[in-house]
Design a protein around this ligand. Structure first.
Ligand SMILES: [Zn+2]
Length: 414
């Protein structure tokens, strides 16, 4: 049986413990890290491994975006694309997946599509090797109450195709049924729309749309299948209720208050705060004349969210990096790192949120987010010291997924 052995001269390997770097070689077998070799340690027999030489670069684990929406075109950000075909949404998703991967993001948690299950089909194509893209955890659909933040609003329900309503629930029984159906279809994370959404017209961001009995039903039904729940929540009450009901992560967390922070610390709930995209929405929304109510909702949430993030971080809330990519163009995923630093994190903590932290939040800490034996050989190489300046991660030179080069901008040698 032939194996694919790759020896990566990692140049300087970023060390999350010290936030410094050490010289190391990574030995990958069949896409997984077999050993991290320090200088002087023997490697595989000469000629038995492919060599990838990253001398002069700094190597980190492949980055993780724990809040992405890969399917669909940016023009429909936050809005259901009823007039599109599923295939055209998937074609856009394939381009988005490639842009994400090339940006150094080798794993994403895809937290839902309006047209259900397209994320799972995109993942199937990536895993089959038909198209390049990151590893994906998929929600399949967004669980929402009728007319809620994950629903097609402004249309009569009868006018909405069924594939857009796979996540619509009215009571705990329907929640359980829907969770089970989505997991059967391939979902490995469950996404709840607990409060209104910024970009869904007609919904209120501080209104609780899914009450505690429905959240608990989702957490319980998902846990029975070994799956975590991610809760979209902007409003303070929704954030607190979701944490108390046992969700794995709160998404956005815009209007978090002290009670919400306390509940998240107590329950070990992860916060996935998309600190960057409010700037993007404001810029494009004003340029393109988006509805004033949408822009006002965005402005109100953006600064509040950043302040809340700072307070939550200081209080000890666990942070996983997630950007809501799809609201802004895919491939700019690393741009948010500097916002994490601006609002209170040390660079090493921001990097941890985008690697080991996001992996742990997803329950994938044993396979991604770290360069350790047993993990996928997913890595990104940059010029410069990300521990001093996280913006170097916006310009990856080399990206490797499963031991395979997927981006190589090293200057040609010789
Ligand atoms: Zn989102």
């Amino acid at each position: 049986m032939s194996t694919d052995l790759v020896l990566v001269n990692a140049g300087q390997l970023y060390d999350p413990a010290s936030a410094g770097t050490t010289a190391a070689m990574l030995l990958s077998r069949d896409g997984r890290i077999e050993a991290v070799l320090r200088p002087g340690e023997p490697g595989p027999p000469a000629g038995s491994a492919r060599m990838i030489d990253l001398t002069g670069l700094t190597v980190l684990p492949g980055l993780i975006d724990a809040h992405a929406h890969l399917v669909g075109r940016l023009e429909y950000a936050g809005l259901p694309a009823i007039d599109e075909t599923a295939e055209s949404e998937l074609t856009a998703g394939e381009a988005n997946a490639l842009a994400t991967l090339r940006a150094g993001f080798t794993t994403v948690r895809d937290v839902g599509t309006y047209r259900g299950l397209l994320d799972i089909e995109l993942r199937r194509r990536i895993e089959a090797g038909d198209v390049p893209g990151p590893r994906m955890q998929c929600a399949g659909a967004m669980i929402t109450r009728p007319g809620g933040g994950g629903e097609v609003t402004g249309e009569e329900p009868e006018a909405i195709p069924a594939e857009f309503r796979r996540g619509v629930v009215r009571d705990p029984g329907e929640v359980r049924e829907t969770v089970g159906r989505l997991i059967d279809a391939g979902a490995d994370v469950i996404k709840l729309i607990v409060t209104g959404a910024v970009l869904t017209r007609g919904t209120m961001i501080d209104a609780v749309e899914l009450g505690r009995p429905l959240i608990e039903a989702a957490v319980d039904a998902a846990a029975a299948r070994g799956v975590f729940v991610a809760a979209h929540a902007h409003g303070a009450d929704g954030i607190r209720i979701a944490a108390e009901a046992g969700v794995r992560s709160v998404e956005h967390g815009s209007l978090i208050d002290d009670a919400g922070i306390e509940a998240m610390v107590e329950h070990g709930t992860w916060l996935v705060a998309d600190l960057y995209d409010g700037d993007w929405i404001d810029e494009v929304g004003r340029r393109d004349g988006w509805p004033a109510a949408t822009l006002e909702k965005n402005r109100a949430t953006t600064q509040a969210q950043r302040d809340g993030f700072s307070r939550a971080w200081r209080a000890g809330v666990r942070m996983a990096y997630g950007t809501d990519s799809g609201v802004y163009p895919h491939g700019l995923n690393a741009r948010q790192l500097r916002y994490l630093v601006r609002y209170g994190m040390a660079p090493r903590d921001a990097i941890a949120a985008a690697t080991s932290g996001a992996a742990d939040c997803m329950g994938w800490g044993d396979r991604v987010g770290r360069l350790e034996p047993g993990c996928h050989a997913d890595l990104v190489a940059v010029a410069g010291d990300p521990g001093a300046d996280v913006t170097v991660l916006e310009r990856p030179i080399v990206v490797i997924k499963g031991g395979v080069l997927v981006r190589d901008d090293r200057p040609a040698s010789g």
